[in-house]
Design a protein around this ligand. Structure first.
Ligand SMILES: [Zn+2]
Length: 228
């Protein structure tokens, strides 16, 4: 498949890490939360405690500090929430559009690219993002957005739309399950070409019917992050 000019651009630029310098490339381990991972059959993925225990022990046994994955992953974990659930398999939203990075609550998050604060919001539906920040970027001829979901409440206090953010500046800390939509702590990172009319929010999970649109509008975050 040919790669678009925007995707080639994402591949060509060097981001700042989302995390501080204590975390290096050796600390990352890939995590499969798809319906194809048979290890998940033994646990109740609707329980954030059970899922957290599964992820933490997986990281521990792999000597990792961060587990990552999820772009275009078809997941069973959204079935617990009406916010995602629909009546038939074409319209049920269960295909993940961002990259998730699982690490403990309170972890500082840094801007991978220079930009401005586009918007922020606490998305409080069950299974939603909780506190979320969207940055707007204009680099070379490309204008696009990056979304940071499942943050702490403090992250969106005292924020102002339009304020400049430097590359590598701390923008947030990760939230706990109590405020992040009831998930084990993790960052949801998503690249968005056209954010439409969304503010502090954008769909992070698609159904099968809309997938072609979202796949194009939200390219693989790893083109930018280069974790794997
Ligand atoms: Zn996510």
């Amino acid at each position: 498949m040919s790669i678009s000019a925007f995707e080639a651009f994402l591949k060509s630029i060097k981001p700042h890490s989302l995390f501080d310098s204590n975390i290096t490339s050796h600390d990352f381990i890939a995590l499969d939360l798809s319906i194809h991972n048979t290890e998940l059959e033994a646990i109740n993925v609707s329980s954030s405690d059970d899922l957290e225990q599964f992820i933490w022990s997986y990281m521990k046994s792999n000597n990792a500090k961060i587990a990552y994955g999820g772009y275009l992953e078809k997941r069973g974990i959204y079935q617990r929430s009406n916010y995602f659930n629909q009546t038939n398999s074409d319209t049920e939203r269960n295909i993940h559009l961002g990259l998730d990075l699982w690490i403990e609550a309170g972890t500082p998050i840094f801007a991978p690219l220079p930009g401005t604060i586009h918007s922020f919001k606490n998305n409080t539906n069950y299974g939603d993002y909780g506190p979320t920040i969207v940055l707007k970027h204009h680099i070379e001829e490309f204008e696009f957005y990056t979304l940071y979901g499942h943050l702490s409440l403090e992250s969106i206090e005292d924020l102002e739309v339009g304020v400049e953010v430097n590359q590598g500046e701390q923008i947030a800390t990760l939230g706990t399950a109590e405020i992040n939509g009831d998930y084990p702590p993790h960052l949801h990172f998503q690249i968005i070409k056209d954010i439409q009319d969304f503010r502090g929010d954008y769909p992070g999970v698609s159904n099968q019917l809309d997938l072609a649109f979202y796949k194009d509008n939200c390219p693989d975050p790893n083109l930018l992050l280069k974790l794997y």
